[in-house]
Design a protein around this ligand. Structure first.
Ligand code: C2O
Ligand code: CU
Ligand code: CU
Length: 433
């Protein structure tokens, strides 16, 4: 690799995991791991990934979620890598692109399945100058959602999964069920939290330990937001936090139950204990305090164009019975259609209106955006601070407004990141010219 360069080989292939007491579970894996290998680069790096698709009979791609890579390197459904084929992904990550990003497949009609079978990994783009004290560490917690049949296999999506987004039986943290972390009292830890599940909404708590939010999908905030008890992460959202573990004892990282609007009977209770932090009686060395200012986030200026996207759900009678449709501006995804034309380098206001009965996390490829405000029942609440995001939950009945500036030309996808909804059509194409 060498300074300023990152090179790696990555192969998608079938593998065997043992999640539950030695039972063999056939999965898909990048190399042999699920989640895939943690990739750490620094902003400014030139990244080259030699990718091979060894999945029998299935095309795939790698999408670089959250990174401003050129459109033809972004693993779009229009650029499949055939089974048995390979390709090079090459891009340069510009200054300012630091963030907690991730990578996952994006083939047409198969993304949801390939992700729940095991294909996803974290890609951390580090800033050149990191203002967070090194003594806090930098620990990724990559949450995935697993369902196992009694024979150890991963069952396919049910009708309820397709409607509501798949929710499994086990939330894994870095591929493990309820791992334990041991820390001395007085420790402060930096965690990067990734919701890499297909359809599970997370509401994370660290017992009663206060949480300081320091970053969003696209890197650090301008200033820390202290005193939080809960971090909400819709599918595909990420956050960076600092947690103080002052007293000896046990702290449980837990997700509370979230109702994001459920269709049909049998809404599962989504609460679960995820990880235990054993805080020992030894005292940690006193760590330096968090700086009051973390960085500056660019002012994108006033928007010169407005785009409106409306999320709706439809029911229709099809051959196999009732069929749910998930639409944006009344249309289902068509990769040969351009839905929105935007201008490179121009600041635009994107208005995402959720007219449906479920929450839909909106995601845009190729850039980070800035949330401006949320409107609900005619009341507008301004975003409390400036942040870079690439995924934002749009709750049922809400309209969210975002500042978007796409810098690079080409075709980009936007979609609901409940991957079952993406698969059922809740996706569109923006052409940036
Ligand atoms: Cu993380 Cu188009 O997706
Ligand atoms: Cu993406
Ligand atoms: Cu959705």
């Amino acid at each position: 690799s060498g300074p300023g360069r990152f090179e790696a080989d990555l192969t998608a292939k079938p593998a065997i995991a043992r999640f539950a007491g030695g039972v063999e579970t056939p999965i898909l894996a990048y190399d042999d791991e699920t989640p895939g290998p943690l990739i750490e680069v620094t902003e400014g790096d030139k990244v080259t990934i030699r990718f091979a698709n060894h999945i029998p009979g299935e095309e795939t791609t790698i999408h670089w979620h959250g990174m401003p890579v050129p459109a033809e390197q972004d693993g779009n459904p229009m650029d499949p890598v055939a089974s048995g084929a390979d390709r090079l992904y090459a891009f340069e990550l510009p200054e300012g692109s630091a963030g907690s990003c991730w990578y996952h497949p994006h083939p047409h009609g198969r993304t949801a399945e390939q992700v729940y079978r095991g294909l996803a990994g974290a890609l951390i783009v580090k800033p050149r100058q990191d203002p967070i004290p090194a003594a806090y560490g930098d620990t990724p917690l990559f949450f995935t959602d697993l369902r196992l049949a009694s024979d150890g296999s991963i069952p396919p999506n049910t009708m309820a999964d397709l409607m509501n987004g798949r929710v499994g039986d086990h939330v894994l943290v870095n591929g493990q069920k309820k791992p334990v972390l041991t820390l001395p009292a007085g420790s402060r830890r930096r965690f990067r939290l990734f919701n890499a599940s297909n359809g599970r909404f997370l509401r994370l708590t660290f017992g009663t330990a206060p949480i300081t939010l320091i970053g969003s999908d696209g890197g650090l905030l301008e200033a820390p937001v202290p005193g939080l008890r809960v971090i909400d992460l819709a599918p595909a959202e990420r956050a960076e936090v600092v947690v103080a573990f002052d007293q000896p004892g046990q702290v449980v990282l837990r997700t509370e139950d979230v109702d994001h609007g459920w269709m049909g009977p049998g809404r599962p209770d989504t609460a679960a204990d995820l990880m235990t932090i054993d805080v020992t009686a030894d005292r940690a060395e006193t760590a330096p305090a968090l700086p009051a200012k973390l960085r500056r986030i660019a002012d994108l200026g006033p928007p010169v164009a407005t785009r409106r996207l409306e999320f709706t759900e439809t029911m229709s009678m099809g051959e196999g019975g009732m069929k749910m449709g998930f639409l944006i501006n009344g249309a289902s995804f068509d990769m040969n259609r351009v839905d929105v034309v935007a201008k490179a380098g121009q600041t635009e206001l994107w208005e995402i209106a959720n007219l449906a009965d479920m929450d839909h996390p909106f995601h845009l490829h190729g850039t980070q955006f800035q949330p401006v405000e949320t409107e609900r029942d005619g009341r507008v609440s301004k975003a409390p601070y400036r942040a870079w995001k690439d995924t934002i939950n749009v709750a049922r009945g809400e309209t969210v407004r975002l500042l978007v500036r796409q810098e690079q030309p080409g075709l980009r996808m936007y979609h609901c990141h409940i991957l079952e909804h993406e698969q059922l059509g809740m996706m569109g194409v923006v052409e940036v010219r």
